[in-house]
Write a protein that binds this ligand. Structure first.
Ligand code: BTN
Length: 252
C-alpha cells in the first residue's frame, strides 16, 4: 500500500495522502478553496467513486494504480491546456520506464501500443465569476487486473515493462513532470510536443462530440488543443471535447 512515509521521500510538493476517497479531484478542489498553493497534490490508494471524462466512472481499486489530483492556477487563456500537461507528464513517466510504443490519443489518453494506460480529467473551480484554479486529475493503471471487457483496449505499466514499479516513486516522478510542463503551459513547446506525441492526426476518424458525431480526417489541432476534422464535403469542423475512434472500426 502507498504510505505517507514513502510518499514523503518522493513527492517534492505539498501533498495529502488519503488511503481511500470517493475522488481525489473533490479533495483537491476543497483544498484549493481553502487556499492550497499551486502543485499541491492529493494522492489516494483507492477511489470509490472516481470520475472519468464525459460522465464516465473511473475505477481505482486499492494497491494497483495511481490516482492523484494536482491544484493548478493557470490564466484563463491557457486553462484548456491543463489536460495536455497531464498527458505529457504520463508520457514522460512511460519514457522514464523505457516503455516502447507510447502515444497520446486525442485529446489526452496515454496509450501503449494503442491500449489506454492513463486518463486525465481537468475540472475548473470558479469563485465570484473568476477562475480560482483547475484541478488536474490523473489516473494510471500500474498493475490492475483488467476485465475481459477492458483487456483488448486497456493496459497497465506492469504489462509493458519488467522494471520494478514502486508506486510512491512513480507518483513523485509524475508530479515532477507535471511541475515541469506547468512551467511550459503558455509556450509553443508545450503545444508542439503534445502535437508530435498525438497518434490521431492524419487518421480517418469518427468523433463523438457533445451532441454531434463527425466523420472525417483528423488534420490538425489548434491553440486550445481542439481537433480539426476535414469532413467529406471539405469543411473543417472544430471539436473541443469528444471521443475518437478509427473509421475502420465503424460499419459506416
Ligand atoms: C478519463 O480518461 O476518462 C479520465 C480519467 C481520470 C481519472 C482520474 S483518477 C484521479 C482523478 N480523480 C478522479 O475522480 N478522476 C481523476
Amino acid at each position: 500500500m502507498l504510505s505517507q512515509e514513502a510518499l514523503t521521500i518522493h513527492v517534492r510538493y505539498p501533498f495529502k495522502y488519503l488511503q481511500s476517497v470517493k475522488s481525489t479531484n473533490d479533495i483537491a478542489r476543497e483544498w484549493l478553496e481553502q487556499g492550497a498553493e499551486t502543485l499541491s497534490t492529493v494522492i489516494s490508494d483507492e477511489q470509490r467513486a472516481g470520475r472519468g471524462r464525459r460522465g464516465r466512472v473511473w475505477y481505482t481499486p486499492p494497491e494497483v494504480a495511481l490516482a492523484l489530483s494536482v491544484v493548478l492556477k493557470p490564466t484563463l487563456n491557457v486553462a484548456p491546456r491543463v489536460t495536455m500537461l497531464g498527458a505529457l507528464a504520463v508520457y514522460d513517466l512511460c519514457q522514464s520506464l523505457q516503455i516502447d510504443g507510447v502515444g497520446i490519443k486525442w485529446p489526452n489518453d496515454v496509450q501503449i501500443h494503442g491500449k489506454k494506460v492513463s486518463g486525465v480529467l481537468a475540472e475548473a473551480a470558479w469563485r465570484d465569476g473568476q477562475l480560482l484554479g483547475v484541478i488536474l486529475g490523473v489516473g494510471v493503471n500500474v498493475r490492475n487486473q483488467l476485465s475481459e471487457e477492458l483487456a483488448p483496449i486497456a493496459t497497465t505499466l506492469a504489462n509493458e515493462t519488467t522494471q520494478q514499479l514502486d508506486r510512491a516513486q512513480l507518483v513523485g516522478l509524475l508530479v515532477d513532470r507535471i511541475a515541469h510542463w506547468h512551467t511550459q503551459i503558455a509556450t509553443n513547446a508545450l503545444l508542439t510536443t503534445w502535437r508530435t506525441r498525438l497518434t490521431t492526426l492524419g487518421l480517418s476518424v469518427v468523433v463523438e462530440g457533445v451532441n454531434r458525431r463527425i466523420v472525417g480526417q483528423a488534420v490538425a489541432t489548434d491553440q486550445d488543443g481542439a481537433l480539426l476534422i476535414k469532413t467529406t464535403d471539405g469543411s473543417i469542423q472544430r471539436i473541443l471535447a469528444g471521443d475518437v475512434s478509427l473509421r475502420t472500426q465503424h460499419k459506416d
